[in-house]
Design a protein around this ligand. Structure first.
Ligand code: MG
Length: 278
């Protein structure tokens, strides 16, 4: 009788354990899906009966060593898009001539190590395609002469050939604020005007989260952070779509695309352009 009782108790315990397993497994799977891979490994390996500090610390994968740039020099893992010597990483934005499969070389000029817009020749774009990225661009507005507003030192940095961070002379140059320097063109004015003076180099650091699309359209919109001369001017701004001159922004699905620079008819200079894939 005692033997039968023990067997029954064992069977009952096994049944309870089996009944609890699916629920526990679901919880673990849900948690695992939210954790980075290394953290998952750590949690699976250790899963302690009680938490101590080491339970939530992991050591792999080891982030690659990157040598930071000194001053405005690029970090060691950056793609150098312009270092003052050539336009090899760029090409014309104009459509190739009939019968030609390749675009023309970038028609802009290099003067004293600066890349300068050649007004009337059209924009230029990188040969390489980008998605999420960190971008560094330095620009200098030309002498103001008789130009004002949107015609004074206008160019633009187009993330993925579509979304413009405005380049404009911001030195005593009134215009619509969602089209001034530091703006996401026609969408978001900068929080402050961080431009220094006409004739001085201006430094953009841009952090770009590309929009994501699937077969049904937009899954997640683009997000951008813009730092101008070390000052945050766009803080994780979520874009409403592209940045048209006329009309409202909208999204059209795309994948990785080139980075492009705008020819808006004034001889804006650029230097030290580099980008990191994220
Ligand atoms: Mg522009």
């Amino acid at each position: 009788m005692k033997k039968v009782f023990v067997i029954l108790v064992v069977i009952a315990n096994v049944a309870i354990v089996l009944a609890q397993q699916p629920q526990a497994q679901q919880g673990q799977q849900r948690q695992a899906a939210q954790q980075p891979q290394a953290q998952q490994q750590q949690a699976v390996q250790q899963r302690p009966p009680s938490w101590n500090p080491e339970s939530t610390e992991w050591y792999t994968p080891d982030p690659p060593k990157v040598q930071p740039g000194v001053g405005t020099k690029p970090p060691s893992d950056a793609v150098i898009l312009f270092d003052g010597t050539n336009l090899d990483k760029w090409e014309s934005q104009r459509n190739p001539a009939a019968g030609s499969r390749r675009r023309d070389p970038a028609p802009w000029k290099i003067v004293n190590g600066e890349m300068r817009v050649a007004p009337g020749t059209g924009g230029i774009q990188t040969k390489e395609y980008f998605g999420d990225c960190q971008l560094h661009v330095e620009f200098k507005s030309p002498a103001p002469e008789n130009y004002n507003g949107q015609n004074r030192g206008n160019s633009g940095i187009f993330l993925q050939n579509t979304y413009e961070v405005q380049v404009l002379d911001g030195d005593n140059n009134p215009t619509y604020v969602n089209g001034m320097v530091g703006s996401i063109y026609k969408q978001s004015a900068p929080s402050v005007n961080a431009y220094t003076k006409n004739g001085e180099w201006q430094i953009y650091d841009i952090y770009w989260k590309a929009p994501v699309f699937d077969g049904n359209g937009l899954v997640s919109p683009a997000m951008i952070t813009v730092v101008l001369n070390g000052i945050l001017v766009q803080n994780n701004y979520i874009l409403k779509g592209d940045t048209p001159y006329q009309g409202l922004p909208s999204y059209t699905p795309h994948g990785r695309l080139p980075l492009s620079l705008q020819d808006h008819g004034t001889e804006v200079a650029f230097r030290n352009i580099w980008i990191r894939h994220l």
